[in-house]
Design a protein around this ligand. Sequence first.
Ligand code: 3H9
Length: 678
Amino acid sequence: MTSPIRTERHDNVLVVISDNPPVNALGQAVRAGLKDAIEEAMSDDAIEAVVIRCDGRTFFAGADITEFGKPPVGPNLPETLDAMEASDKPVVAAIHGTALGGGCEVALACHYRVAVPSAKLGLPEVKLGLIPGAAGTQRLPRLVGAEAALPLVVGGNPISAKKAQGIGLVDEIVGEDSLEADAIAFAKSKIGQPVPRALEGTANEDGVRDPDLFDRFRASQARKIRGFDAPNAAIEAVKAAGTMSYAEGVKKERELFTELMSGTQSAAMRHYFFAERAANKIDDVPKDTPLIPVKKVGVIGAGTMGGGISMNFLSAGIPVTILEMSQDALDRGTGTMRKNYENTAKKGRMTADQVEQAMGLLTPTLSYDDLADCDLVIEAVYESMDVKKEVFGKLDEVVKQGAILASNTSYLDVNEIAAATQRPGYVVGMHFFSPANIMKLLEVVRGEKTRDDVLATVMKLSKTIGKVAAVSGVCPGFIGNRMLSKRQEQANALIMEGANYWEVDEVLLDFGFPMGPFQMGDLAGIDIGWHRDPSKVTTVREALCAVGRFGQKAGKGFYDYDEARQRTPSDEVKQIIADFAAKEGKEQREISKDEIRERLLYPMVNEGAKILEEGMAQRASDIDVVWINGYGWPLYTGGPMFWAQTIGLHTVVEGLDKHGLPVSNYMCERAAGSGKFD
Ligand code: 3H9
């Protein structure tokens, strides 16, 4: 087998090149090739400096994740990097694309780092439930200081080459199109000088002078890292870089890394990494399906949903024509979009120019005719089949042939909507989640007649606008809301049987959700879909609406809210629920947290199994992607289907039985069989 590493001589500089598509992951052959190349440079007196660069779209994007969990084959990355750093001939990393994880650690072990302006550097291991495992937590703080290292190691988000230069991680920014030549010139300029080694750096002493730095940082990240093991381990490792010798620090890093690697969180997060990528692929749609160019988008409805959807495209530089029924509604909607952008700018995440650029791509209109030349039109109008059919009928008349017509419906039958047009093949569901400019998930609903090119285009487009897409077949509520309804059924039943509604919420918070079902109701508005007749009360929600408890926006819903939106349980609501339970003759009893958790979550898994059995989801991991990105299912459990496998499918089946809840045949089969869904 030919090595992915080759070397080229440029005078007295050895250029070491990796060619391991798609992302130059540091698999065994790459590590072995790198080690050999360093030995070649060391043993040749004619070579006085080394440049390491990669072919293809990126510098090393990290360790090869597919090797994790398999028996290790040497050389390992730490020893490869130690050999590199030990060289007394200058070694220069020439970075383009993304130097991530082990890739960033390669760069840290080099004596110098040069990068093109578009390059990014980062240590995203925490996103896989890990910390850097090739001395990244020890070299980085010594090079840039603990304060600059913490956000990189603990947050896991990459930074630009310019920012990296600002903290001392990059030595020089070089020409975008002359990386190799510039890196060689840079390397030559360092010949004869003592080589600087990150491991000998002293910048980490900022953490020694100010040891509270670590607790302050932990506190500032509390909400983001709640429940995750890796970020705390990452803080500990960076702290060790200031309190221990390099050798001891590396040992500490290895211990923490190994413990995380063998834990369930990392297994779950690695599952998610591949799940997200798999979800973008549609098994029976060929990879080379030609795409429909989308240069202009139409959005119908300038309400919260329509506005949010539009912002996704505007932010990606795609012009949007937004349609409303009245000038008032149009002005209100576009005004809100502008305000949202301006708020983002205030937080420093956008410049004033970028706000104007995005808003400059927006054309508000009251006329359907202005949608005629759009390549994609998304409707975000009221959830009523009659209204949707009317809208699609009109779109069919005015919009050019070959354009995609999408519905943002969250539960209606996309086949029926498609049948209102003469071109059902061009109709697809694009279910965005509120707030649509922020939430990551896009549920793509594949109608019976939806064409392959329409699907392939929408999946590609989802990446362009920064969404994570998963495909659902047509069924009520699709993947996400269909499973949510099972959880809500149980939440409602539990509070009738004696569980306090805040206890139900707490169980989900403890599990790792950002909020429970009743908090979610308050946030979304209890009055959604309310008939607006206070005298007609048949459910707890209607009873709350009848007394003006519409949710957070009214200062009270299930909970009472203070000015800072802090919630406290309400006696009034407790009484309303007790009255309802008495009226229905429901016996009250103490319900344990375990029962609450099992009754909320197991029926969801069972519904997920039915979704799989009916072919409404392509794979179990797609369901995980939907729930993690659309509903706040904790990432570190891997999503509902992966989590169920972790605790054992038989446990779920037995739990459902114990609580007298239905168990699908498919669920039983899987539990009795491999214990896995896919
Ligand atoms: C680490 O480094 C640990 C060390 O500290 C310690 C070691 C001792 N391995 O995302 P894409 C595949 S942990 C194997 O669609 P993009 C990916 O599955 C690692 N495969 O492209 C996909 O395959 P397919 C730390 C990988 O352009 C294909 O490449 N590093 C790896 O949208 C294309 O990927 C990271 O966590 C990998 N490391 O984004 C970085 N990376 O085509 C992880 C990707 O079959 N990677 N693949 O579906 C990324 O963030 C993105 O892939 C990247 C490119 C930004 C690089």
